[in-house]
Design a protein around this ligand. Structure first.
Ligand code: NAD
Length: 232
């Protein structure tokens, strides 16, 4: 998880390995909702539904895709993953929509830390799939929502109106996340940049550290990961 870098949507290419009903539904949903143009959605399997996909050879699709979605039948997926393994890289996000195949097995076959298991359904075509996602980072937003709520409560405790405080808290998290992704700087460096000597920020950080802020967040992630493994 250390080298996670965001994949920009302007250039992001999605490749499906297996181009049946499920792949077509996802592709239609992705294109019709405007997430990606059809030219950035491709498939590797013959018999592909060409109205939705650009169809190429397996090697080319895998090497040319930022997101590789395994959407073949469960019986063949192990062979397919093992066969493509030498072509896959850590920069790619791998997704399996294969029913009944556990994330634990997918990770073992590919030895890849960026594998996500999604159990969608065909209403994905019209953007209304109900999807289960197995990747503990899916829990992350919940922790940030808690942090926004707590920051807003802190503002209210300090005398700000609730709505203003909530807006400031949300915008603060948005701004901090944008800085972290757009500058590529280490978060510690960004933190140092806003903590002047003897100032208010470092006083607040001191309080957070006394309460074990980092340890609490780390525990939350580790516990969610364990739970995800129990459930997968
Ligand atoms: P499908 O039979 O319509 O499509 C399977 C595709 O895989 C076909 O295009 C086939 O040609 C291709 N294929 C076969 N062998 C291959 C190989 N060796 N390498 C690459 N591709 C190969 O099936 P589907 O309904 O699209 O289901 C695909 C996957 O999606 C399954 O694993 C299924 O469990 C999962 N899924 C489907 C649904 C659904 O509602 N259809 C819901 C959730 C998950």
């Amino acid at each position: 998880m250390a080298n996670v870098t965001p994949i920009p949507t302007e250039s992001c290419k999605v490749g499906f390995i297996g181009a049946g009903k499920m792949a077509e539904s996802i592709a239609r949903g992705v294109v019709s909702s405007g997430v990606l143009p059809a030219s950035q959605v491709q498939t590797a399997h013959l018999g592909a539904r060409r109205s939705v996909f650009e169809s190429f050879g397996e090697r080319q699709v895998v090497q040319d895709s930022d997101v590789v979605i395994f959407s073949a039948k469960p019986q063949v997926v192990k062979d397919v993953v093992m066969q493509l393994r030498p072509l896959l890289s850590e920069k790619q996000l791998l997704v399996s929509v294969v029913a009944g195949v556990k994330l634990k097995d997918l990770l073992e076959w590919e030895d890849h830390s960026r594998f996500v298991r999604v159990v969608p359904n065909t209403p994905a075509a019209v953007g209304v799939a109900a999807s289960g996602i197995a990747l503990y980072y899916a829990s992350g937003p919940a922790y940030v929502f808690l942090a926004i709520e707590a920051l807003a409560d802190g503002g209210v405790a300090a005398g700000l109106p609730r709505e203003l405080s909530f807006g400031l808290a949300s915008q603060t998290v948005l701004g901090a996340a944008s800085m972290a992704t757009s500058t590529g700087k280490h978060p510690g460096q960004l933190k140092d940049g806003v903590a002047s000597p003897g100032g208010t920020t470092i006083a607040g950080i001191h309080e957070l550290e006394k309460a074990g802020f980092r340890g609490i967040l780390m525990n939350a992630v580790v516990t969610a990961a364990k739970r995800s493994q129990e459930l997968s």
